[in-house]
Write a protein of this length. Structure first.
Length: 357
């Protein structure tokens, strides 16, 4: 049996998150329409959506599944390059650009899900830090493979090489799609803040419906006590693999948005390397593991903060570090948790009720 009050609370929490996202969208649109938002902040809108989606996917893996993944930047890379490859291949076919972009999102998401499924099959049967090690290696391997991969297209079809562009032996009118370390150039700029908000809402709907379902309760039972979950007949590997695959798919969606926000897509350590995975993990930890809303808030604040403080060149990173420490203490210090519970609206309401009685 499950507690109906907890179910109602989870449903209410999810709708509060949807409402906050929609409210932020309306406020931003008003600010852009009235010209009260700077061009710098407008340029950050799509990256904010990208990192929010990626943080949602990683929080599903870390917060609800209880498995540490250090390779979600790799799943972003898979989603980015597979979708950009499709877009670049189809750009001269006359396909409707909106339909092409929707198909690119689907392809990037499914490709990342496939890689997550394939990695999860052997690794999720193990315990400990094996998943973190394997996903870290996966992210580095994918990044390095993209840097040595050359793909071209001519009348004879696709040509592949892992040495150099001349080894493709294409016809003179052939076109490069993936050019090794130069990546994919000329991808249509179709990512926008509206598309980003829609993808955030879709991602939230998927993960909230998962964690609030019987499957989600099974996943959390596995996280809390694997042996107890196995003893009552829960197929541990099946549910862990399902959650991890969905987590990778959401990260792939963020990669699609990333690829279509740039004219040139390259697999560099700065965008798909180890540091990106760590940054996503910081969003999840600071926002609260198991809190999708907190992960998005942390992603937004920590992405905007360096740009807002750019004028304070000498003290920018110092202030950034202080904010990180303050957020960590506010979210995880026992006294802070006690204070927030005592001063929450629910706590104030219960105190007033006791006084009336």
């Amino acid at each position: 049996m499950f507690d109906k009050n907890n179910t109602k609370k989870a449903t209410r929490d999810s709708f509060v998150t949807y409402g906050i996202v929609i409210l932020v969208f309306i406020i931003v649109q008003v600010m852009v329409g009235t010209g009260s938002m700077s061009s710098l902040m407008q340029g950050l809108l799509v990256p904010l959506c990208i990192y929010s989606i990626a943080a949602i996917g990683l929080n599903l893996c870390v917060g609800y599944l209880g498995e540490l993944s250090l390779g979600h930047a790799g799943f972003m890379c898979v989603g980015a390059f597979s979708s950009a490859f499709f877009t670049k291949y189809m750009v001269d076919t006359g396909m409707n650009e909106n339909l092409r972009f929707v198909l690119a999102i689907i392809i990037g998401t499914l490709t990342a899900a496939l890689f997550g499924f394939l990695i999860g099959i052997p690794v999720l049967r193990l315990q400990g830090d094996y998943l973190a090690i394997v996903t870290l290696a996966f992210g580095e391997i994918i990044k390095n493979v993209m840097n040595v991969l050359y793909v071209g297209k001519d009348s004879k079809g696709l040509h592949f090489s892992v040495s150099d562009a001349s080894a493709l032996k294409m016809e003179e009118e052939g076109k490069m799609i993936i050019n090794g370390p130069k990546g994919i150039t000329g991808t249509p700029h179709q990512a926008s803040f509206v598309i980003g908000i829609i993808l955030i809402l879709i991602s939230l709907i998927i993960v909230y419906n998962l964690v609030n379902s019987r499957t989600g309760r099974a996943v959390m039972a596995i996280r809390d006590n694997r042996i107890a979950a196995e003893s009552v007949g829960i197929p541990v590997t099946k549910f862990k693999l399902m959650a991890f695959t969905i987590s990778a798919a959401v990260a792939g969606t963020a990669g699609v948005l990333y690829a279509h926000n740039l004219s040139t897509l390259t697999a560099l350590p700065a965008n798909f390397g180890y540091n990106m995975s760590i940054m996503l993990l910081v969003f999840v930890v600071l926002g609260g593991m198991g809190s999708f809303r907190g992960s998005m808030i942390a992603a937004v604040l920590l992405t905007m903060l360096p740009e807002v403080l750019r004028g304070l060149s000498d003290y920018r990173m110092l202030i950034y570090a202080i904010v990180l420490i303050a957020m960590m203490l506010f979210n995880w210090a026992p006294k802070s948790i006690e204070w927030r519970q005592r001063h929450s609206l629910k706590g104030l309401f219960s105190k007033k009720t006791k006084g009336v009685q």
